[in-house]
Design a protein around this ligand. Structure first.
Ligand SMILES: [Fe+2]
Ligand SMILES: [Fe+2]
Length: 316
C-alpha cells in the first residue's frame, strides 16, 4: 500500500496492522511453550509465618540473597503486579476484538503467570520481607499506571518493543545477582516469555515502518527520548534504580546497547526510505538521543568504576 503525505488515523493504523497481528499471533502460539509456575517453587522449603497461623515472623537472616538482588526482585515483582493497569492501557488502545483482542487477552494471561510465580517463590523461600512487599504492592497498584503515550498506537508499540526487552534483561540479570540457582532458573523462564513478547511487538512496528514510515519513526524517536521503565511509580524508584544500575543489573549501557540498538537495527531505522520532513527530523532526533545516551552511559560507567575502586581500597 502506498501512503501519501496524509498521516494514517489511529483507527486506520489498527485496521491496517490487524493482519500482521493475526500472523504474529499464530507464530507466537506455535512457539510459546506451556509452563507451570508451581514447578519452579521449592514448596518444601516453606515455613508458616506469624500472624493468623502463629508461625515464625520473617527476619532479614531468613534471606540468603544479596540486598541489591532483593531490591531488584521487589521492583520486578511490583512491575509484574501492576498488570491490571497495563491490561487496561493496551485493551483501551488496541481493542478487545479480532486478532488484536485475542493478543491482548493472551498476553495478559501470560504476564499473569510472572507475578504469581515470583511471589510464590519469594514467599516460600523467605527471600524478601512479605509484609513490606504486600504494603508496597498495595501502594503501587493503588496508584495505577498510565502509558506516557496512551492515545497513539505506534508510540505504544514502540514502547512495548523496548520495554519487553528491557524487562527480559532485568529479569535475567536479577536471577544471576541472587546467586540462587533456583531463582535464576525461574527468572530465566520468565525472561523467555518477555523475549517472545518483544518479538511480537517488534514485528508489528516493523510492519508499521512499511505502512507509515514517518509516523513510525516519529513514534520511535519520541519513545526513546522519554523512555521510563514501567516500575517508575514505585516508592523510592530513583534510589532503587541507581542501586540496580550500580550492580550492573540494568544500567544505561545495557539500555542503549542491549535494548535500543538491537531493536533499532531490526527495524533498519537508518536506512528507512520514503520519510517526509517530520520523519527525517525524528530520525535526526533519534541519532542525537543515542549519541547523548552513549555519553551518559560512559560517564556512569566511569563513576561506577571509580566507586568500586574506592570500595576495594577501603576493604584492603
Ligand atoms: Fe512479565
Ligand atoms: Fe512481557
Amino acid at each position: 500500500m502506498t501512503v501519501g503525505t496524509t498521516p494514517l488515523t489511529q483507527a486506520a493504523l489498527l485496521t491496517e496492522l490487524e493482519p500482521v497481528v493475526a500472523r504474529n499471533l499464530d507464530r507466537h502460539l506455535a512457539i510459546a511453550k506451556e509452563w507451570f509456575p508451581h514447578e519452579y517453587v521449592p514448596w518444601s522449603a516453606g515455613r508458616t509465618f506469624d500472624g493468623v497461623l502463629g508461625g515464625e515472623a520473617w527476619t532479614p537472616q531468613d534471606s540468603p540473597i544479596p540486598d541489591v538482588a532483593r531490591t531488584a526482585l521487589v521492583v520486578n515483582l511490583l512491575t509484574e503486579d501492576n498488570l491490571p493497569s497495563y491490561h487496561h492501557e493496551i485493551a483501551t488502545q488496541f481493542g478487545r476484538d479480532g486478532a488484536w483482542g485475542t493478543w491482548v487477552h493472551r498476553w495478559t494471561a501470560e504476564e499473569g503467570r510472572h507475578g504469581t510465580a515470583i511471589r510464590d517463590y519469594l514467599t516460600v523461600t523467605r527471600a524478601v520481607d512479605p509484609v513490606a512487599l504486600e504494603r508496597a504492592r498495595m501502594e503501587h497498584m493503588a496508584a495505577g499506571y498510565v502509558n506516557q503515550h496512551n492515545d497513539e498506537v505506534l508510540h505504544s508499540l514502540a514502547y512495548v518493543s523496548f520495554q519487553e526487552l528491557a524487562t527480559r534483561i532485568s529479569h535475567r540479570n536479577t536471577g544471576k545477582a541472587t546467586g540462587d540457582p533456583l531463582c535464576d532458573q525461574l527468572l530465566a523462564r520468565i525472561a523467555a516469555d518477555e523475549n517472545l513478547h518483544m518479538v511480537f511487538y517488534r514485528n508489528l512496528l516493523a510492519a508499521a515502518f512499511e505502512l507509515a514510515p514517518s509516523q513510525a519513526m516519529r513514534a520511535v524517536a519520541d519513545v526513546v527520548a522519554d523512555f521510563q521503565m514501567p516500575g517508575v511509580g514505585i516508592d523510592g524508584f530513583a534510589r532503587k534504580s541507581v542501586q540496580i544500575a550500580l550492580a550492573g543489573i540494568y544500567d544505561l549501557r545495557q539500555h542503549r546497547d542491549e535494548v535500543l540498538v538491537p531493536v533499532l537495527r531490526q527495524w533498519d531505522v537508518w536506512n528507512v526510505t520514503g520519510l517526509d520532513g517530520d520523519g527525517e527530523a525524528a530520525r535526526e532526533e533519534l541519532a542525537t538521543q543515542l549519541a547523548e545516551l552513549e555519553r551518559s552511559a560512559s560517564r556512569f560507567e566511569e563513576k561506577r568504576a571509580a566507586r568500586h575502586a574506592r570500595q576495594a581500597a577501603r576493604i584492603s
